[in-house]
Design a protein around this ligand. Structure first.
Ligand SMILES: [Zn+2]
Length: 286
């Protein structure tokens, strides 16, 4: 084999992925879901199961009053059908504050109720208020979560090193949002890039800036080099990539997962590694 510099590609050999993560299950998610569907993008919606259907208004000093009511269970089941549901704690408590048994209850009972609603297992979580510590991470792992989003902007397109402390690229109100979108569409093709944007849909009413998210989706959607996926799909894919088994001479790669994987082995060569199969790798040219 010639010189190799294997790197991950996303499904169908794409070099970029775009994902959204929106919290609290608010009624403004209806409009956000419509926009996602219009532009063909996927979002992970992080819900607090005990407050689904709760009605409330909020007014920050100097800001307009906004509806922060939550969608109810029946609506949540339908509304998020083509997207991912993630956990966000039963009552949205700060999980670093109460004792361990209560923090575990917030995590596990929320997961149980959302899984019942969804009819599927959950793999993503978003830390309430963005706060966490090592113990909370351990509790999430014990509860069966595989990924959890923070609120710390990286302003980068790097893949998460620790998916249980998954830092997003930025919030949708970040002043660099459109600059980052532009950079994202021009990253080098040999390095995988993930653009990850988070927020709360009620903020669009509060700031009267729905045009901001629409403009972003217009800009990044419909691009052949971008995979539009929910957080958990990206996590599944990254974990399938990490499980690839190489022969000592690099000529064979086994993909033991149930997920097809694409990699680049040189500037010119990309390889498709079907799920559950052994693939003979083509020679690379120095
Ligand atoms: Zn929240």
């Amino acid at each position: 084999m010639g010189k190799r510099f294997d790197s991950l590609l996303f499904p169908e050999g794409k070099c970029r992925a775009f994902t959204l993560s929106y919290d609290d299950g608010v009624v403004q998610d209806r409009r956000l879901v419509r926009l996602c569907e219009q532009y063909g993008v996927k979002c992970t919606f992080n819900l607090n199961s005990a407050v689904l259907g709760y009605k409330a208004q909020a007014k920050a000093p100097g800001k307009r009053e906004i509806d922060i009511s939550k969608v109810d269970r029946d609506e949540a089941r339908e509304l998020y059908r083509s997207h991912e549901i993630g956990g966000h704690g039963l009552y949205h408590s700060d999980l670093t504050a109460p004792g361990t048994p209560y923090a575990m209850y917030e995590i596990l009972e929320d997961k149980r109720q959302l899984e019942e609603l969804r009819g599927d297992t959950l793999r993503m979580f978003a830390y309430p208020f963005g706060v966490y510590n090592e113990q909370v991470k351990e509790l999430l792992k014990t509860a069966g979560y595989r990924g959890a989003r923070t609120v710390k902007s990286t302003h980068s397109f790097a893949l998460p090193e620790d998916p249980l402390a998954w830092d997003p690229t930025c919030h949708h109100n970040d002043e660099k949002l459109f600059e980052l979108a532009e950079q994202f569409l021009h990253t080098p093709a040999f390095r995988p890039a993930l653009f990850y944007v988070w927020g709360h849909a009620y903020e669009f009413d509060g700031e009267d800036n729905w045009q901001r998210i629409e403009e972003l989706l217009q800009k990044v959607s419909g691009n052949d080099t971008v995979w539009y996926a929910a957080n958990g799909e990206i996590l599944d894919y990254l974990q399938a990539y990490q499980r690839l088994e190489y022969s000592a001479d690099g000529t064979m790669i086994r993909n033991p997962s149930s997920c097809d994987v694409w990699i680049r082995t040189s500037f010119e060569n990309t390889e498709y590694l079907p799920a559950g199969a052994l693939t003979k790798i083509r020679d690379t040219v120095l």
